[in-house]
Design a protein around this ligand. Structure first.
Ligand SMILES: *Cc1c(COP(=O)(O)O)cnc(C)c1O
Length: 301
């Protein structure tokens, strides 16, 4: 078994990724009973760390877990994982699982919640060298889990709908998938949010989705660039007629979809609005309002 180079924090210790293991009795494994967040580090700086810490804490509260450390301690643990791993560009994950109940009781309140953090090399949904050619995506008939069943604003591992969608996409010569809701509106894909552009106006689904931090970044940047943007229901039919479609994710930022269900999107290639957002997004990575040096987190009191 090969592990990516990286460092994990578990039970108060920093270990290499091959040592970062949980019990098979952890509710996180047996029940997908966990929440997580992923922040990235670019050229030694966390991108929007506060937004990720806020969302992680909200998720933890919503599913009745208890973070065993303070917010500042958590930030330091994440920074420590990055520093020890030596990564300049990193994918930094924090996970809380329900944990194991000492008596294996079926009462979730008996379980001892567990915090795990790790830093591994930055990963892309679409590599920068493939950005111009973009993603080929299939819109699936598979419905994203109903938001009335599992709160999609809690970042979670209920991914079987998404993973089965990916298999469907591969059969249809696409690289990834978008799931819909019962009304035929777009929701999201495996780890990314979705945007469409038509006649210069941008829209992104406002329901049944995780409120991605990269989604928020794209919305903030569009406003800064004075591009009209709406959060609303986006029918799949609109995406098929869009001039541009793009996805947002911590794993790669803003990335164009250039083929949708086997057809070219717009003129093909990365559209002009997507390009402006991609450029501004990456430029923000050195901006002090948007990023924090890993070293400064470690030095903070
Ligand atoms: C993580 C994730 C996203 C993207 O969120 P970011 O904070 O931008 O990385 C979108 N949808 C799902 C289901 C996710 O898990």
């Amino acid at each position: 078994m090969q592990y990516p180079p990286g460092i994990a924090y578990m039970d108060g210790e920093y270990v290499t990724m091959d040592k970062a293991k949980i019990s098979v009795l952890d509710w996180g494994l047996l029940r997908s009973d966990a929440t997580y967040d992923v922040v990235h580090v670019w050229k030694g700086r966390f991108f929007r760390l506060d937004a990720h810490l806020d969302r992680f804490q909200r998720s933890i509260d919503k599913i009745k877990l208890k973070l065993p450390v303070s917010r500042d301690e958590l930030a330091k643990i994440l920074a420590e994982c990055v520093q020890r791993s030596g990564h300049e560009d990193a994918y930094v994950e924090m996970i809380m699982t329900r944990g194991v109940s000492p008596t294996f009781s079926r009462d979730p309140r008996d379980a001892e919640n567990r915090l795990i953090c790790f830093s591994i090399p930055f990963g892309w949904i679409l590599k920068p060298e493939d950005r111009e050619s973009g993603l080929a995506v299939a819109i699936s008939e598979i419905r994203r889990i109903d938001p009335a069943s599992v709160d999609p604003t809690v970042k979670n591992y209920h991914w079987l709908d998404l993973v089965m969608g990916m298999y469907e996409a591969y059969e249809r010569d696409a690289t990834t998938v978008i799931l819909t809701d019962p009304d035929g509106n777009l929701t999201e894909g495996p780890g990314f949010n979705l945007f469409i552009v038509k006649d210069g106006r941008i829209a992104t689904p406002d329901r049944g989705v995780l409120e991605g931090i990269s989604r928020k970044s794209a919305i903030d940047l569009a406003r800064e660039l004075q591009l009209p943007i709406e959060e609303r229901a986006v029918p799949a039919s609109e995406a098929r007629m869009a001039d541009e479609v793009f996805v947002t994710s911590t794993a790669g930022g803003i990335m164009p979809i250039t083929r949708l269900d086997g057809k070219t999107v717009g003129e093909g290639g990365m559209g002009p609005i997507t390009r402006r957002l991609v450029e501004t997004y990456w430029a923000k990575h050195s901006h002090p309002d948007w990023s924090t040096a890993v070293d400064s987190v470690l030095e903070a009191k």
